[in-house]
Design a protein around this ligand. Structure first.
Ligand code: B12
Length: 216
């Protein structure tokens, strides 16, 4: 049963079992399960649970670290298949993406980057803990259409505003669109800081990026 597999995936993240997570990801591929379903219906359920338990003081930092490692390992197994399944091949535009400075959460940002490149965008992934100026410099260098800024902490999401402002100061707006995301980010926040869009997940991020370049 696929549901059992999804449940086992979630459990492997909760238990922080890297090898189990990898094995279950491979099993999903062998069974022809859509890798995005494996992520969203399986592994993400586990990582969200750990996040909630951590916030409630029921789980602790080592649990968060192990869950993060297991999640990363599972996504790494699935990503090549996500890329392989991409059918759209035309060049839609250029995206510079990264997790903002002070923040090292990379899993969601990397997933968004993979999905965008699968959909036909040229993606420059600057990694994590990226200074505001680095977004601006890269956007200028590669003549970006979109800058994507990920933030998973309420303390770092405020710097998404700095990226919008720095792009403005550099004279790159409104040509360069800004999209923001990450667990604490909302549409309201995106509006408040003058970003061009927000999405709560990677699939939505692709639709948003296409809209921003006028491809949809
Ligand atoms: C795994 C994890 C970690 C791992 C990260 C491992 C790694 N290599 O990335 C580690 C252990 C390192 C970690 C550290 C910390 N973490 Co942490 N972590 C998490 C956890 C459990 C899951 C995050 C994750 O990977 N989710 C899965 C991915 C697929 O989802 P996602 O990141 O949200 O991304 C999706 C969308 O948000 C969106 N998206 C993401 N980026 C972008 C960008 C754009 C442009 C767009 C359009 C969309 C988009 O699309 C993605 C794909 O669907 C979350 C809880 C949670 N539920 O979010 C806490 C959480 C984010 N962490 C938290 C905290 C407090 C910390 C620490 C401060 C703990 C500490 N005391 O040290 C440190 C901070 C370190 C730092 N400076 O960054 C809090 C943040 C609270 C807050 N509101 O500020 C959370 C919410 C846990 C909680 N409930 O308390 N963490």
């Amino acid at each position: 049963m696929t549901d059992d597999l999804f449940q086992a995936m979630a459990q492997s993240i909760i238990d922080g079992e890297v090898e189990d997570a990898e094995r279950l990801a491979r099993e999903a591929l062998e069974r022809g399960i859509d890798p995005l379903d494996a992520i969203n219906k399986g592994f993400v359920v586990g990582v969200n649970y750990v996040g909630d338990q951590y916030a409630a003081g029921e789980m602790f930092l080592p649990d968060l670290v192990l869950a993060g490692e297991a999640m990363k390992a599972a996504v790494a197994v699935l990503e090549p298949e996500i890329a392989r399944r991409g059918t759209e091949r035309e060049m839609l535009g250029t995206v510079v993406i990264g997790t903002i400075e002070g923040d090292i959460h990379e899993i969601g940002k990397t997933l968004v980057a993979t999905m965008l490149s699968t959909a036909g965008f040229k993606v420059y992934d600057l990694g994590v803990d990226v200074p505001v100026t680095a977004f601006v410099e890269k956007a200028r260098e590669v003549n970006a259409d979109i800058v994507g800024v990920s933030a998973l902490l309420t303390t770092t999401m405020v710097k998404q505003r700095d990226v919008v402002e720095a792009l403005e100061d550099a004279g790159l707006r409104p040509k360069v669109k800004v999209m923001v995301g990450g667990a604490p980010v909302t549409q309201g926040w995106a509006d408040e800081i003058g970003a061009d869009g927000y999405s709560e997940d990677a699939i939505g991020a692709v639709a948003l990026a296409k809209r921003l370049v006028g491809a949809e």
